[in-house]
Every structure is written in structure tokens, then in C-alpha cells.
Design a protein around this ligand. Structure first.
Ligand SMILES: C[S@@+](CC[C@H](N)C(=O)[O-])C[C@H]1O[C@@H](n2cnc3c(N)ncnc32)[C@H](O)[C@@H]1O
Length: 214
């Protein structure tokens, strides 16, 4: 079983809000900024947990809105909180490594702290097929901190189990791989976190790849 399926949402949130971590609010703000920047009509949120930042979706117009997560309890909470105000919201409980979506569906895909837990190469070949031309992938990657392990110290045993699966991906390598798959970085920034950690936030645009046929 994937360790994420065994982390209760209250433990996840307490950990993410703990003084030495403080990442939940940062992720919420990153999502708000990306929405303001691109105002997508069709949006997929990969690894949406129980809807961190979904309040920013309210009062926006969507033709298609999809949240995906492997933990069905997170999705049940998300539905309970947001289904009333987000009528377009679809929630899918699935393993992203096995996920397949119709081609050219989304103007934007938001993937915050999910590449650490999935097959990066595989997902980076699939995302461009799910995006429209000109569509945006918004990525948040955790970079290594000198003062802390990838999974910060925690009182929660359930969170500690993530240490066996988390893999931090080199940002430069990620950018190269995205480009090889037809997604060009158009803007990026770093956010300093507790214990010397950082988030890389990148916007990637799906570009047309022309193949020269001889
Ligand atoms: C660190 S949290 C994501 C934070 C969230 N995106 C935010 O902005 O607040 C990682 C999420 O990805 C989900 N997840 C991890 N591996 C997954 C997989 N293979 N397939 C689908 N969801 C996965 C977890 O259940 C968890 O909800």
C-alpha cells in the first residue's frame, strides 16, 4: 500500500503547519498566484489532498475541473467542503502513475509536491498529452535543505513512512526533461522555507514540437 493512503488528513495538516515546516500556507498561496496568472477554464490538480487552496476556485468559471489523489479519504473531505460551491468539481481517486486522461483536455495542470512521489519521466510524457496547445503546467518541487532530511522531523509515524518513498528530483534535470517533452519553462521562482529548504515553482507552456521528416 502507498504510505500516503495511511496518513490521516489531520496528521498531514498538523505536520505541514508545524513551526519547522510551515508549507501548507505557502502551497495555498502558490496555487492562488497561478490561478490569478492564468485564469484557466479547464484545470486538473494532481495530488490535490483535501483541497488546500480550493477556496480560490470559488467564483471562477470552469468548463472542466478535476482533482486527483490516491487517498480517497482526502477526496471525501474535499467533496464535503467544496462540492456545494464548486459544482463543476470532479474528484478522482487514482494512482497518478497509472492515470490516463483524454488528450488535450486542460488549459492548466497544477502539480505541487507530487513529482516527489511518482515516476517523473513517465508523468512528464503524459502531461503534455493532457494539456491543450499553449496549456500551462504549474509545478512545485521541493529542493534539498542542508539542515533537514527530505521529510522533516515529525511526531507522526505515518508521515515518517514517507521517507522510504520520497525522491527529490534535480530542478535542472526536470526543466530539461520537460523541454524534451514539449513543455518550455516560461517563468520560475524559488521560495525559502524552514530549515534551509526551498520550493522551486515553475510554469511550463506546452509548445508545438515540429519534427523534420526527411
Ligand atoms: C504533499 S501532498 C500535495 C500538496 C498539495 N498539492 C498542496 O498544494 O497543498 C502530496 C499529495 O499527493 C498524493 N499522492 C502521492 N502519491 C500519489 C500517487 N501516486 N497518485 C495520486 N496521488 C498521490 C498524496 O495522497 C497527497 O495528497
Amino acid at each position: 500500500m502507498n504510505p500516503w493512503q495511511q496518513i490521516p488528513s489531520n496528521e498531514y495538516e498538523e505536520h505541514m503547519m508545524a513551526p519547522g515546516v510551515q508549507q501548507l500556507g505557502v502551497l495555498n498561496e502558490i496555487f492562488r498566484k497561478a490561478l490569478d496568472q492564468f485564469n484557466p477554464r479547464s484545470l486538473c490538480i494532481l495530488g490535490c489532498t483535501n483541497g488546500n487552496g480550493f477556496e480560490h476556485l470559488i467564483d471562477r468559471k470552469f468548463d472542466l475541473l478535476l482533482g486527483v489523489d490516491i487517498n480517497y479519504k482526502y477526496l471525501a473531505e474535499c467533496r464535503a467542503w467544496f462540492a456545494e460551491e464548486l459544482k463543476m468539481l470532479n474528484l478522482l481517486c487514482a494512482d497518478i502513475d497509472q492515470l490516463d486522461i483524454k488528450n488535450d483536455c486542460f488549459e492548466m495542470i497544477h502539480a505541487a509536491l507530487i513529482f516527489e512521489y511518482v515516476d517523473v519521466q513517465k508523468l512528464l510524457t503524459k502531461i503534455p498529452t493532457w494539456l491543450n496547445y499553449g496549456g500551462i503546467l504549474c509545478v512545485v518541487l521541493q529542493t534539498p535543505g542542508e539542515l533537514s532530511q527530505p521529510v522533516s522531523d515529525t511526531e507522526f509515524e505515518s508521515i515518517r513512512k514517507l521517507s522510504s518513498v520520497i525522491k527529490l528530483f534535480d530542478v535542472k534535470e526536470f526543466v530539461c526533461l520537460a523541454e524534451k517533452n514539449g513543455m518550455k519553462e516560461i517563468y520560475s521562482y524559488y521560495i525559502n522555507l524552514q530549515k534551509g529548504k526551498k520550493f522551486f515553482v515553475g510554469y511550463f507552456k506546452k509548445i508545438e514540437i515540429f519534427k523534420i521528416v526527411k
